[in-house]
Design a binder for this molecule. Sequence first.
Ligand SMILES: Nc1nc2c(ncn2[C@@H]2O[C@H](COP(=O)(O)OP(=O)(O)OP(=O)(O)O)[C@@H](O)[C@H]2O)c(=O)[nH]1
Ligand SMILES: [Mg+2]
Length: 421
Amino acid sequence: MIELEQTGKERCVIVGVSTRLVGREETEVYLNELTLLADTAGAEVVSRISQDRDRVDAATFIGKGKVEELHELIVAQGIQLVIFDDDLTGAQNRNLEEILACKVLDRSGLILDIFAARAKTNEAKTQVELAQLQYLLPRLTRQWTHFSKQFGGIGTKGPGETQIETDRRMIRARISHLKEKLDRITQQRVTQRKGRAHHTRAALVGYTNTGKSTLLNLLSGSEVFVEDRLFATLDPTTRVVPLSPSIQILMTDTVGFIRKLPHHLVASFKSTLEEITEADLLLHVVDVSITTFEEQIKVVNDTLGELGADERPTLMVFNKIDLLKDRTILQTLAGEYPNSVFISAARGINILGLKDEALRLLETEFLEETFRIPQDQQRLISQLHTEGEVLDRTYEDNDVILKMRIRRKDKERVENLIHQK
Ligand SMILES: Nc1nc2c(ncn2[C@@H]2O[C@H](COP(=O)(O)OP(=O)(O)OP(=O)(O)O)[C@@H](O)[C@H]2O)c(=O)[nH]1
Ligand SMILES: [Mg+2]
């Protein structure tokens, strides 16, 4: 039955394929997630189609019969958009749009669209545009089909192809312009971070919609944007979080991960994500109420690996325990993940436990050291102030004695600095 109510949203159908490697159940889970993504992008999923296939069709991804079925559905239900859960090649995309006479997107294209709509700052906008153009470049043939369809007939092929070449050149030029622009922004970030080097820093990581921003709000007592949608947060937000009456740290909330996050997107968000690679501690937030949370953990770990941040000390934060009917699974998880806590950020359950565990992990990363420096070595003294937190300063004869909290990994370097003098 066709919904009569006008929602003003684009009506779409989503398509998934199960293979020997990806079972039917998994495909259904992926399609649920794709529905959420489509919703976030402002489309309304009115139907879904899935197919079992061992090999995808080179020309149309799904088989001929399925394409026909899809076409009938599009006509019958007044559908304006088809979204594939898997990435399509430029040729598949073009062929499908031609046969179906309907806009066709794949998962990466959809995610890029959401990121584009959500990007607010200059940096995020630049990062997203760069990723979009890199995604578009190998798919440019599609633009040209629209072009040729529009003007059709004799002579379109020649000028059309020239047009593609011109477009490609323009896009390449724009890509290098954006890269340079990003380099400059990255430089600013590095300077910003240097200013914060003596603070202890933690970063919230995790699958999208797991409650990272909710947790940061609770811990910092501030208002970070929270929404029951995917990718609510694109720009990193840093807040001061007190872990104990005497210890405060800086905590950064950043973009959530998702299965098949387009590679270009990860690459162009690299400077934002450096907050993660340079953090002293990662809080990996998991939505334990989702049945596929273990796969989500794997996706996050893989993405961290791609960023070179998989060796950072990590606290596994299993969130949303208020939604669990049966909490026995938590015991299993505690055994499986030695550094883990179980909380509800929304309900404020076990937040003290989380702070204790974070402190305990951080303790192993830091050392308290005492340095004795002649007072006339002002440059060295001010340099030391940027290497860590000065806990205490006393004077004896002509020396200053600094009691400092420094990172374990910096110990040797700091000692060398002092001995060189
Ligand atoms: N029931 C329950 N809901 C929670 C809990 N923590 C967060 N939520 C809800 O989960 C949704 C997502 O929360 P966010 O804090 O925006 O999640 P996020 O990880 O920052 O998401 P992105 O920025 O999109 O990656 C919101 O609707 C929150 O209210 C919890 O402990 N229990
Ligand atoms: Mg968020």
